[in-house]
Ligand binder design. Structure first.
Ligand code: AMP
Length: 443
């Protein structure tokens, strides 16, 4: 039995190891390609920001801000760094590891005056987020998101529809097909306050029948009661007034036009009046994508419109909409569906035998690598059988055999490990063969 390791990854964090990393890279690469085909460009953001940025945008009453952020103080100028023996700072600036990316994107938009750019500003960002949630399958304390945001002066429903189209196209490309897109409009500052008040009054009437979380939310955020999964509350919630009956004319029209746009683009969705989302900044359009087979943590994407958020953070009046895809869960769902892409692996294991063949092995390994073939070249001589055994275990597709015969005749023996097909090739033929074969298998 191996000894228990002295150090382990912190609870809620995990290592993503090969070969899974190949799947992750393919997933993120596909996102980049699709997002850029919709003219989104990448923004890279810091991992930590002032705590107040998140408190103001996400909302200080939300679960994320009130209990899930990793917050610490930066040492100020007068303090020595922790490595120099100082304890953690008491007076420095308070910062938090980012729990989501929209707030940082807004901060960057304002800080770099991106509203001066022509047209809509379309940004995407890929990276880790941090929330102190109870870890379980599909829920981590360090998890990864793909975020996309459109900012500008227009709130045309076509923009919302384009964002949703891009999402659906991406999910199709990565083989995430057993999904449902849920859609709602939660109104804006003209109509939502009245609806929230009406909801509060109705909830007060049934307060005794609600669980402690919902009772508390009657005061702090009645909309969040609609999120409740408690079975005893479902019948009560079903009878509550629905936002769709209380939207102002502007919001009603926006939602109706969005649905027309989605129809035009052939995007299938389900309306869900209870989809309110946990973050304060949403207005009008909200959406979520649920994937089958993930158990209770089955949301793979959430998003919506957040007109006014830039202004709330001290920037100019700006409309905005965006989404966050949870990569961990999306990839888990792809893995569970078994619908996996063919990913690059080891192409050639060089089985060289006898010191005099080593120089030829080195030279051909370099040439193959230069032409994009993945090559494993053992640094020490191995017995032929052992060599082929290892090639097999490493998942190599070919063994390239170089013995004294091959060196004498300036050829190579290429053995396909799947079916033991074996051929003798000149260097030119070998390069040609592997390149064309690779084009065929990897598109
Ligand atoms: P949210 O910002 O909460 O709307 O989250 C957007 C997406 O990120 C969700 O639909 C999840 O797929 C993913 N996500 C959120 N929190 C976690 C977490 N703790 N672990 C893994 N994925 C998460």
């Amino acid at each position: 039995m191996p000894e228990k390791p002295q150090f382990r990854a912190i609870k809620g964090t995990r290592d993503i190891l090969p070969p899974d990393t190949a799947l992750w890279n393919w997933f993120e690469h596909t996102a980049r390609e699709i997002f850029e085909s919709y003219n989104f460009r990448e923004i890279r953001l810091p991992i930590f920001e002032q705590t107040d940025l998140f408190a103001r945008s996400v909302g200080s009453d939300t679960d994320i801000v009130s209990k899930e952020m990793f917050t610490f103080r930066l040492p100020d100028g007068s303090e020595r760094l922790a490595t120099e023996g100082a304890s953690s700072s008491q007076t420095g600036e308070q910062v938090s590891l980012r729990p989501e990316a929209t707030a940082s994107t807004m901060r960057a938009y304002i800080e770099h005056n991106l509203q001066a750019l022509p047209g809509n500003v379309k940004l995407y960002c890929i990276g880790p987020m941090f929330r102190r949630e109870r870890p379980q399958k599909g829920r981590y304390r360090q998890f990864y998101q793909l975020n996309a945001e459109i900012l500008g002066q227009s709130d045309a429903p076509a923009i919302d529809a384009e964002v949703l189209e891009m999402l659906v196209v991406f999910f199709k490309h990565v083989g995430l097909t057993r999904t449902t897109l849920y859609l709602n409009s939660i109104g804006d500052k003209n109509c939502r306050p009245q609806y929230v008040e009406l909801l509060r009054q109705e909830l007060l009437k049934v307060k005794d029948q609600l669980g402690p979380d919902s009772q508390r939310r009657i005061e702090t955020n009645p909309l969040r009661v609609l999120d409740s999964k408690l079975s005893q509350e479902q019948e009560i919630i079903a009878k509550l007034p629905r936002i769709s009956d209380h939207l102002c004319a502007g919001c009603r029209e926006h939602f109706a036009r969005l649905k027309d746009e989605l129809k035009l683009r052939g995007i299938v969705y389900e309306e869900n009046w209870r989809l309110v989302r946990g973050l304060d900044y949403y207005t009008r359009t909200t959406f979520e994508v649920i994937a089958e087979g993930l158990g209770s943590q089955n949301a793979v994407c959430g998003g919506g419109r957040y007109d006014g958020l830039v202004e709330l953070l001290g920037g100019p009046p700006t409309k905005g909409i965006g989404f966050a895809i949870g990569s961990d869960r999306a990839i888990l769902s792809i893995q569970e569906s078994g619908n996996l892409p063919v990913l690059p692996g080891l192409d050639v294991f060089v089985a060289w035998m006898g010191e005099p063949t080593y120089a030829a092995a080195l030279a051909i390994a370099r040439k193959l690598r230069e032409s994009g073939v993945s090559v494993e070249l053992p640094g020490e001589e191995m017995k032929f059988k052992k060599s082929l055994n290892l090639a097999d275990k490493l998942g190599a597709r070919y063994a390239l055999i170089i013995g004294s015969d091959e060196v004498a005749s300036c050829t190579f023996t290429l053995k396909r490990l799947a079916d033991a097909d074996q051929r003798k090739l000149s260097e030119y033929e070998l390069l040609e063969y592997l390149e064309s074969e690779k084009r065929g298998t990897r598109g």
